[in-house]
Design a protein. Structure first.
Length: 188
């Protein structure tokens, strides 16, 4: 399947407030426009996940990162530069995203991606992409497309037709960075 055709189809669904099932640089994800609270709510409902349990957003570069976070601790750039595997950073005081994505402590997890499909889709959207594992909350994260439950597949508006035969990588490392310079590893 042609990556550009898949980006186009996924973009159209997202533009219309839909949610997609797509491959990321780690595991299969459920996603939508991170600035659309109704689409974000659809993902919480599909996953049967409490809105108090936050989801992350994917970004494709520095410009997008600064559009969401006014202040980025210097250590964040070092972690991004030297990480040897996908790393999610939880940062303080996000803006320009759906309020139901922001945690009670005013933080949001983000990951910069290089994976071609995600990167090109966000280039087209000009907005971050929500990313949460393709499972019902509390169930194991699927390691391949074949392990994703029919309930999830039927519950999204579009399934990206790329890498469905590939075994997923591990979920990302998660590190919380506060503007007051506190660093906490949430998941290795």
């Amino acid at each position: 399947m042609d990556i550009n055709a898949e980006v186009h189809k996924a973009f159209e669904v997202i533009q219309n407030g839909g949610i997609i099932l797509y491959p990321t640089d780690t595991v299969w994800g459920i996603g939508c426009d991170a600035s659309n609270p109704e689409a974000v709510a659809k993902i919480y409902a599909l996953k049967k996940r409490a809105e108090t349990k936050s989801m992350i957003v994917l970004m494709n570069g520095e410009k997008m990162l600064y559009n969401v976070f006014k202040e980025i601790p210097e250590v964040a750039w070092q972690l991004i530069e030297f990480a040897d595997k996908p790393t999610t950073l939880i940062l303080d005081n996000p803006r320009n995203v759906a309020p139901n994505l922001i945690s009670a402590d005013k933080t949001l997890g983000m990951r910069l991606v290089k994976e071609p499909f995600c990167f090109k889709l966000m280039e087209r959207m000009k907005k971050p992409l929500v990313s949460t594992s393709a499972n019902i909350s509390g169930e194991p994260t699927p390691k391949s497309f074949k392990e994703i439950s029919p309930e999830i597949i039927k519950g999204v508006d579009y399934v990206v037709n790329l890498h469905q035969d590939k075994i997923a990588g591990k979920p990302s490392t998660i590190i919380k960075l506060s503007n007051d310079l506190q660093v906490k590893v949430i998941r290795k």
